[in-house]
Design a protein around this ligand. Structure first.
Ligand code: HEM
Length: 497
């Protein structure tokens, strides 16, 4: 709600609100002040009731929080309504939190959207740190997202990446095409075929719903920052919106489940849904159908947009940097030597392609603030007392650009990874596109595979320029915040064959 107000309108709004609700203010400030007295971490100036929320008005949360860290320090306290939050924006402290204190911060904060829409937070992302979550993570490592399972979807990725090339070829050479749409729909098809089998051909309804859920999950709207005030949830319309979303999810998931049952004979690979249905009763905590739906929502929510956005950002950076584009095309064209259909093993070890992907994830991590965590017990961090149930934000966006660790950090220079061992997690935690520790992303293998092949195909088969003679380096790189940070405007480019 805050984004819709200009700064001056907000001031008038708050002054009026404060005068009218003095009693309520005392109640609210009493509870929030109590938290701050125990905690003397640096923080910007705060307002009654909303705390530091106004500092994020008109900015994207990861950029706003990074600006605050630059001014007030890389270990920061922010009060968002009732929610006491600490923000870690330096590799050194991230290492301490995600290794020494990983267990202390292994919980996720309660999220109203996950509670209502994602089957009482019984998915992997939002599940509290308990035996049920441990079982799900084991399931991911051994079955759902194991290297063997990721490999089993190789032909799916090859086929859809080839279809992507055909999509582009079917457009007229020399005419602009919307690469964002093509990439997102093909990557969504790869993920939906892996999740449900090849019978489900149109995942659009599902992906549209996931987008709506992502928007509700940001954690920065008025209902999220006053979780104990049910009245705010009702008045802000969030309760009604979430109930509607949950019903829509039920309808779409049930429809897809029914479709999958009738298409079973067409499915060559065992889909993730098949795996879950096969295993559901033979494990320590048998999975209900609702648990399975929640897990499948994660696969889509965490798996499709993150990979598609990474392909889109990589192409955006390549267009802005013709030198890097040419170097990548040369690597691909020399190795593939005119071959039409690219197989995964053809490009698996291409060092410059891998450097381009790593550099893209450094500058454009799809989850720039990782997923929030919460302390399960009190602890002392960098000399500060941190109470139980404090929300923790790991600011991967700032960490990946920390000038103490990265030369010329704002520039896209894939070669910086040539002699840098940083692979998935930086040695000094200076590189965190997938988070780290117990709650680190379990889908890295699948995610990277879903980026590598589509990107290689687009760069190998075509040359690209911007429409209407627009300058490459002037490409707008504005972002739009959701569960995944994507380009604000679609990437429209002109291919030549
Ligand atoms: C480029 C692709 C991807 C990126 C950059 C990415 C990034 C992340 C990040 C930053 C987190 C939070 C980690 C933390 O809290 O420390 C996360 C969590 C998670 N990701 Fe990914 N992810 C990607 C692809 C995938 C895929 C393909 C899947 C599965 C199909 C997946 C499933 C998950 C799950 C289930 C979690 C929650 C883990 C937990 O709470 O235990 N991700 N991811």
């Amino acid at each position: 709600m805050f984004d819709y107000y200009s700064a001056s309108t907000m001031e008038v709004y708050f002054v009026t609100f404060i005068l009218l609700a003095t009693t309520v203010i005392f109640l609210f400030t009493f509870t929030t002040r109590k938290a701050s007295k125990r905690n003397h971490l640096p923080e910007p100036w705060r307002l009654p009731i909303i705390g530091h929320m106004h500092h994020l008005i008109g900015t994207l949360p990861h950029r706003g929080i990074t600006n605050l860290a630059k001014k007030h320090g890389t270990f920061l306290h922010l009060q968002f309504g009732e929610v006491s939050t600490i923000v870690v924006s330096s590799p050194k402290l991230a290492k301490e939190v995600l290794s020494t204190y990983d267990l202390t911060f292994a919980d996720r904060p309660h999220n109203i959207t996950a509670e209502v829409v994602v089957y009482h937070s019984t998915d992997i992302i939002f599940s509290p740190y308990d035996d049920y979550w441990r079982q799900l993570r084991k399931l991911c490592t051994k079955e759902l997202l194991s290297p063997k399972k990721v490999k089993s979807f190789q032909s799916l990725r090859e086929e859809e990446s080839w279809n992507l090339v055909q999509d582009i070829r079917s457009s007229m050479s020399g005419r602009p095409i919307n690469l964002s749409h093509i990439v997102f729909s093909r990557v969504a098809l790869i993920v939906s075929s892996a999740a449900f089998g090849k019978g489900v051909n149109d995942p659009t309804e599902f992906t549209d719903l996931i987008k709506k859920i992502s928007m509700e999950m940001g954690g920065f709207d008025v209902a999220d920052i006053f979780p104990s005030r049910k009245i705010i949830r009702n008045l802000s319309g969030k309760k009604a919106r979430l109930a509607k979303l949950h019903n829509a999810v039920e309808n779409v998931v049930n429809k897809i489940f029914a479709e999958t049952q009738s298409n079973q004979s067409n499915t060559s690979e065992e889909s993730l849904l098949d795996v879950l249905l096969r295993l559901k009763d033979g494990i320590e905590f048998p999975l209900t159908l609702d648990n399975i739906k929640a897990i499948i929502l994660d696969v889509f929510g965490a798996g499709a947009d993150s990979s598609a956005a990474t392909v889109e950002w990589a192409l955006s950076e390549l267009i802005r940097s013709p030198r890097v584009m040419e170097k990548l095309q040369t690597e691909l064209r020399q190795v593939l030597n005119g071959k039409e259909r690219i197989l995964e093993e053809d490009i698996q070890d291409l060092s410059f392609l891998n450097q381009v992907i790593k550099e893209t994830l450094r500058l454009h991590p799809p989850g720039p603030l990782c997923m929030p965590r919460e302390s399960r017990e009190p602890c002392v961090l960098a000399g500060y007392h941190i109470p139980k149930r404090t929300k923790l934000i790991i600011n991967a966006f700032a960490i990946n650009r920390d000038p103490e660790y990265w030369n010329d950090p704002e520039s896209f220079i894939p070669e910086r990874f040539e002699n840098n061992p940083a692979n998935i997690v930086g040695e000094d935690y200076e590189y965190l596109p997938f988070g780290a520790g117990r709650r680190m992303c379990p889908g890295i293998g699948l995610g990277l595979a879903n980026v590598r092949l589509p990107l290689a195909n687009i760069v190998y088969h075509f040359n690209w320029k911007r429409p209407n003679g627009e300058k490459n380096e002037a490409l707008d790189m504005s972002e739009c915040f959701g569960a995944v940070v994507q380009r604000k405007s679609d990437l429209v480019l002109v291919p030549s064959f």
